[in-house]
Design a protein. Structure first.
Length: 625
């Protein structure tokens, strides 16, 4: 029997390998067929097949997260993931595209009504929601009505729905507004169980970015600082919604006892509670709501609903996939810096010291570009990469081209570093900024080595030998090395506050006082002198044009160019999805998925740390929940 076992194992492995080859070939062949069908669809599809009825409703059935810049995804990889149902990334909605769609609809006489169907809308910071809300206000100012309907409204969804003339809730629905919080995951006990040592070097009383690795809970200092800006955000949310809905700010329930009292008064009916609290205007089924809109725009008899066009279809008519810019006009260049700041070249959705600096350099050498707006949505990252970008901003200014920084949801730590050298800084009242501080962090496994029965040993010509190649991971950090690293961090912090002091014309001692890693909202940052004005991206663009004395100009988005092959792939797979050849991805997220996504995002940020000096300026707490 023993002689037959090797043969059996070989046959088993051969069978496994054959199965793997079959699956691989099947997937590749499927993608090829999909590509071919998509290509044929592009060639023969009727470009005018998307039509707008003379009297219709635009349905904003938004799916995904509101973003300043879409994360780059390889179109072929995306198609494979979608076709196999393995895609786990949430779709993204470009805010400026959404605003353009609403603005175009406001001018379109065929669009009489807008319906907000927001059940699949994901995350969106207050400043992004306000940008969309401003467009909705313009739509209403054109004499048109906006209706919101849904079975359940999350906090973000409800904020957008509050712009509607009327909010409908399904009879089995609910509206619960939780407020804001910051709840990072803490790893200290887990690292100790794994016998991993954490070495932290930082400056800043409130620089809490490293706390998840050095504590099992949030420090009192971090709770104090985070509590201040979270309260400001929540107050801003309440005041805006209350003003639009016509009720008092104290109408929001902020304790379980108060919430129980009001729901109990409604006999435990969550829907009736929402109506009693004036959170919604009507309680109607989907069919009842459809009949209301049919009365306004007519009926689509084929589909047994009201006459309508979806957001995606209307967008395809008004937002070209690859906009063409007039080469003869003067330009205000728009450069978007979204995501973690890392060293080197990266794709859209992250900020690379090399790649983002290259975009700014493109604007500097373009004679038609007279001014630049840097739109920032970042909690920071590599200090080295941040300084590379800051250097390009200085060179733009030296070339006589004004630079205006426009802060989105977050422009903190490294995000503030790259904003500071701009001629002017605009922020939203709810922007999270500041967090001026730096740190370095290393994990070593010298204690785990003996448990595993492993050791690393040898000899070097100096005490420094092997340091850069990772020897401390196995041997630990000597006390003198720790002192050296801490001194380096102290110097880096001094460079940061000097940078802010010089560029913002604030006394260095005063910068140190408001720095220390503390986070501020845009409203408070204005009082502290960290920003110049509160305003939108459009306000920043207008300021850039005025500073450059431009009366007639175009806004030119400067972004990483897709290759012709990438454009073709994007068009092919986009057409395939539009024609229903690819499955639509579900966007509902369960609590467990949300927790796993948070853990994955935090670990992803760590994996992206590639600063050549190991020095970072990051605000982990800036992601609100």
């Amino acid at each position: 029997m023993s002689e037959q076992k090797p043969g059996f194992i070989r046959r088993l492995l051969h069978s496994v390998w054959q199965g793997f080859r079959f699956i691989r070939n099947f997937v590749l062949n499927f993608v090829f067929v999909l590509l071919f069908i998509g290509f044929i669809a592009v060639l023969f599809s009727d470009k005018e097949q998307v039509e707008v009825n003379e009297k219709t409703a635009l349905v904003l059935n938004l799916k995904g997260d509101l973003v300043e810049e879409k994360q780059w995804v390889d179109p072929v990889e995306k198609a494979i993931n979608e076709s196999t149902g393995s895609e786990d990334e949430r779709p993204e909605i470009l805010v400026r595209d959404l605003v353009k769609v609403i603005n175009e609809a406001a001018k379109d006489d065929r669009v009489k009504v807008m319906v907000l169907a927001l059940s699949d809308l994901g995350s969106g910071s207050l400043d992004k929601l306000q940008q969309v809300g401003g467009a909705l206000e313009a739509f209403k100012a054109a004499g048109k009505k906006v209706f919101a309907t849904g079975a359940y409204y999350s906090q973000n969804q409800y904020f957008l729905a509050s712009y509607a003339d009327s909010i409908n809730l399904n009879p089995m629905g609910a509206v619960i507004l939780e407020g804001y919080g910051s709840y990072p995951m803490y790893y200290k006990a887990a690292l100790e169980k794994l016998q991993i040592s954490t070495h932290v070097f930082k400056v800043g009383t409130y620089k809490s970015a490293v706390e998840p690795f050095t504590r099992n809970d949030m420090s009192p200092e971090a709770k104090e600082a985070n509590g201040v800006w979270l309260t400001e955000l929540w107050q801003n949310y309440k005041e805006q919604v209350a003003a639009r809905r016509g009720f008092a700010v104290d109408n929001f329930d902020e304790s379980f006892a108060r919430l129980y009292e009001r729901i109990n008064a409604a006999n435990g009916d969550m829907t009736q509670y929402a109506l009693d609290a004036k959170l919604v205007d009507t309680i109607k089924t989907r069919e009842e709501f459809r009949q209301d809109i049919i009365a306004l725009v007519g009926e689509d008899e084929d589909n047994h609903t009201f006459t309508q066009i979806s957001y995606e279809d209307y967008q395809s008519l008004v937002v070209p996939p690859f906009p063409v810019v007039n080469p003869l006009t003067d330009k205000v260049a728009l450069v978007v810096a979204r995501g973690a700041i890392v060293d080197g070249n990266v794709k859209a959705g992250m900020i690379g010291g090399e790649s983002t600096a290259k975009l700014l350099r493109t604007a500097r050498y373009d004679d038609k570009v007279k001014a630049v707006v840097l739109r920032i949505d970042s909690g920071g990252g590599s200090a080295f990469a941040s300084e590379q970008i800051a250097q390009e901003i200085r060179l733009l200014k030296a070339a006589g081209k004004p630079v205006i920084a426009s802060m989105g949801a977050v422009a903190a730590s490294g995000g503030y570093w790259i904003a500071a050298p701009a001629d002017q800084i605009f922020a939203a009242p709810t922007t999270i900024t500041g967090s001026i501080g730096i740190f370095a962090m290393f994990h070593t496994a010298e204690n785990a080595m003996s448990t595993l029965g492993l050791n690393v040993d040898g000899v070097g010509t100096t005490e420094l030998a092997g340091f850069s190649s990772g020897l401390p991971l196995f041997k630990g950090l000597p006390a003198d090395a720790e002192r050296l690293l801490q001194r380096s961090i102290e110097n880096g912090y001094d460079e940061f506050i000097t940078h802010v002091s010089t560029t913002r014309n604030i006394d260095k001692a005063q910068v140190d006082k408001i720095a220390q890693g503390r986070v501020w909202t845009g409203q408070t940052a204005l009082k502290l002198g960290l920003v110049d004005k509160l305003g939108t991206l459009d306000d920043a663009i207008a300021a850039a044009a005025a500073t450059a004395s431009l009366k007639h100009f175009d806004v030119q988005l400067i972004e990483q160019e897709m290759s012709e092959q990438e454009k073709l792939m994007a068009q092919l797979f986009g057409s395939a999805k539009t024609l229903g050849l690819l499955p639509q991805q579900a966007t509902t997220v369960t609590p467990v998925q949300k927790l796993m996504r948070q853990l994955n995002q935090e670990l992803q940020v760590l994996s992206q740390f590639n600063d050549p000096n190991g020095i970072y300026s990051v605000c982990f707490a800036c992601q609100v929940q």
